[in-house]
Design a protein around this ligand. Structure first.
Ligand code: SF4
Ligand code: SF4
Length: 438
């Protein structure tokens, strides 16, 4: 295990806060080890303490007060990508995503992180993401940096390299000229006969950095007979906060979203972000079973769909023109392992005439994006990205297609860093490009 650094806190007689993993969930692990070689961090370092089995063992010992909730424990839990690859292969049905998020909540409530980390976490999860106006303000500052020549100058003079910021700069989203916030409250009519009425979940960062993806998603849905409503009152889904253990904020955001999407007679609620989708589909985990909010979340969850899942089920009716393009696909962890959706995106890619689809080796392994992992654990993230780009290059594909904005950012940075010359697209963007009447 990693050496304890600071802030050791032992709570053998119980924990503060209600959010913690349940013994029954932890005890499901039978220590078989089948997950080990599917775990990216175990594959990187070969350490039991950084494997799913080792982490679950530590969680159990901490919960029983037999291991201190120390910096060492926090380090091993922080190093987990929450990619849930272990969940897919586990024969015992361990819900790893659920228990790691509850363990992070236990840490959040009981462990004092170093000052800088506390300030940054508080700013991002509590002061920024839940507030669209602050998001827009921060995005404008970033856009000024990117468009005014400051970024180009800093890159040209080697200042980013000098201050160790080169990787972080490469991972910055390119801020849009027009934010998607302007589309909130609008309804987009179906083309042709209406086959479904759906609501679009627009995201938080996506509204300042992926406006064109949201636009493309709406166009594809419309072209396939869907009326698309973008409810005005929606907020960030809370996925980043939930993954980091900041569950009070995730719960607060969930409450707002549950009421924003409650009425409207929607056949489905659609997201194009797999990371958001898996949290949205698990809103019930945030509330006590039997509570009114839990019941409300249950209704919400039954209508929640990833855009690829929804379109593959609905069936494409829009006319598609040929796109002569060799394409590979990177599974988004929270689509494949979180939502168990593997075939739908591949089916949609293959439906585009002229596209030559090539499977990528290790497509089911995380690219190292994992929410904010590429910022908090840069070395591990970059090692995973390097392997991913080698796999992507080996396919000879001109485009890497995926299903999550976070993966898109990471893969675009990978293309830049490893000079693979590939384009990175969302499945919805590939379909939008192929629409005959764009
Ligand atoms: S596969 Fe499941 S049961 Fe086996 S060690 Fe991993 S988490 Fe435990
Ligand atoms: S979620 Fe991913 S990184 Fe974390 S233990 Fe499971 S496989 Fe490993």
């Amino acid at each position: 295990m990693a050496e304890a650094q600071s802030g050791v806190a032992n709570y053998p007689s119980g924990f503060r806060g209600a959010d913690k993993p349940e013994y029954e969930d932890l005890a499901r692990c039978i220590h078989c080890g089948l997950c080990l070689n599917h775990c990216p961090t175990y594959r990187l370092w070969g350490m039991e303490a950084d494997s799913p089995r080792g982490r679950i063992r530590q969680m159990l010992l901490v919960d029983q007060g037999r291991l201190p909730l120390s910096a060492s424990f926090v380090t091993h839990i922080d190093r987990c990508l929450d990619c849930r690859a272990c969940e897919t292969v586990c024969p015992s049905g361990v819900e790893y995503g659920k228990i790691v998020e509850l363990t992070r909540a236990q840490i959040e409530q009981n462990y004092r992180r170093p000052l800088v980390s506390r300030l940054l976490r508080s700013f991002v999860y509590r002061q920024l993401l839940p507030y669209p106006r602050r998001m827009a303000g921060a995005a404008r500052v970033l856009r000024f940096y990117q468009r005014s020549g400051l970024q180009a100058t800093a890159r040209g003079l080697g200042l980013l390299r000098l201050f160790g910021l080169r990787q972080k700069d490469a991972l910055l989203p390119s801020i849009d000229s027009r934010f998607f916030f302007s589309q909130l409250g609008k309804t987009f009519p179906a083309q042709g006969q209406r086959r479904a009425r759906v609501a679009l979940f627009a995201g938080c960062v996506a509204q300042v950095a992926f406006t064109s993806l949201n636009d493309a998603t709406i166009r594809v849905l419309q072209a396939n007979g869907c009326e698309v409503v973008v409810p005005r009152e929606q907020l960030c889904c809370g996925a980043l906060a939930a993954h980091a253990g900041v569950r009070d904020i995730a719960r607060q955001l969930a409450r707002t979203n549950l009421s924003a999407f409650a009425d409207g007679g929607f056949d489905a609620i659609i997201t194009n972000a797999a990371g958001c989708g898996s949290t949205l589909k698990e809103y019930t985990h945030l509330f006590v079973a039997g509570s009114p909010e839990h019941d409300q979340a249950q209704k919400f969850v039954t209508r929640m769909r990833d855009v690829t899942e929804f379109l593959a089920d609905l069936g494409l009716t829009a006319l598609l023109r040929p796109l002569p393009l060799r394409v590979t696909y990177q599974d988004s962890c929270h689509l494949l392992h979180g939502q168990k959706i593997r075939e739908a995106p591949r089916q949609l890619i293959r439906a585009v005439p002229g596209v030559e689809f090539v499977e990528m080796p290790l497509a089911d392994q995380c690219c190292g994006s994992a929410g904010v992992y590429n910022v908090t654990q840069p070395e591990a993230s970059m090692a995973l990205l390097k392997e991913k780009m080698e796999c992507a290059r080996s396919t000879g594909a001109a485009a890497i297609v995926t299903a999550n904005p976070g993966c898109i950012l990471q893969l675009r940075a990978g293309v830049q860093m490893h000079a693979t010359g590939q384009e990175v697209l969302h499945v919805a963007e590939l379909l939008a490009r192929a629409l005959q009447n764009r």
